[in-house]
Design a protein around this ligand. Structure first.
Ligand code: ZN
Length: 244
């Protein structure tokens, strides 16, 4: 984290840029939702090791889901579905900026639907959403309640196993979402990147499409991309978004 004076100066700078812009794109990672109480599933706690026989990246893979859907759903319902979460100040301020005509798109790696819950309309969900489900056999959409709650293996009328509309490991990203994200980033005059250490594909790649001169990185710790940024703010997202 930076010292308070530096943080304050950087936030003022960002505020000036936002005041002059009508074409902002926000790109967010897990850190956007952790401030709503959604843990990053990659964070390994002691409890985790006792309860699961596989790392999260294995359980959340296409081949694991196919081979062992019951164990997948035990993990999904316990680690991905968090009761009572609400959008935080970052989600809410981003939704306002969109309503004010300043923000054109939110590109997110999160699968929790909190940007839409805050009122954002143009949300590009790179990894899908656990608030949508469909049949892995016939493709028919189904209620997300069936996959997120209960203890049974959720099934379609056709007998196929239901699955969340998220991108599992080993699966390709949705091409149309990628295309829309690239377009939004290419045309943006401000790109704000927050809550990601930029290590997870495709985050780093998407930044390369930005052509402007106002790339803003907000993250508690330094990232390998800090030197590419025109402004870096090392603090909590909530602190920044409650001040802009
Ligand atoms: Zn079906």
């Amino acid at each position: 984290m930076d010292d308070d004076i530096t943080i304050k100066e950087n936030i003022s700078k960002l505020k000036e840029w936002i005041a002059e812009s009508e074409n902002i794109v926000f790109f967010g990672g897990a850190g956007v939702s952790t401030e709503s109480g959604i843990p990053d599933f990659r964070s390994v706690d002691g409890l985790y090791n006792q309860k699961w026989s596989y790392p999260p990246e294995t359980i959340l893979s296409h081949s694991f889901f196919e081979a062992n859907p019951a164990e997948y759903y035990r993990f999904h319902r316990e680690k991905l579905v968090i009761e009572g979460v609400k959008p935080n100040v970052t989600h809410l301020r981003l939704a306002e900026l969109e309503q004010e005509g300043k923000l054109k798109a939110v590109v997110t790696q999160n699968i929790d639907g909190l940007h839409q819950a805050a009122g954002s309309k143009n949300v590009l969900e790179l990894h899908g959403s656990i608030l949508r489900a469909y049949c892995s056999k016939c493709g028919k959409p189904a209620s997300a309640d069936l996959i997120n709650y209960g203890t049974d293996l959720p099934r379609c009328e056709c007998g196929g196993v239901l699955r969340p509309d998220i991108v599992l490991y080993e699966e390709p990203l949705d091409e149309s979402i990628m295309r829309k994200s690239i377009n939004a980033i290419r045309n943006a005059d401000i790109m704000i990147v927050g809550g990601t250490s930029l290590n997870v594909y495709p985050a780093a790649g998407l930044i390369n499409y930005y052509r402007g001169s106002k790339l803003v990185l907000i993250n508690r710790s330094e990232t390998p991309y800090d030197s590419y940024a025109d402004l870096t703010i090392h603090t909590n997202l909530g602190k920044v978004f409650s001040a802009i």
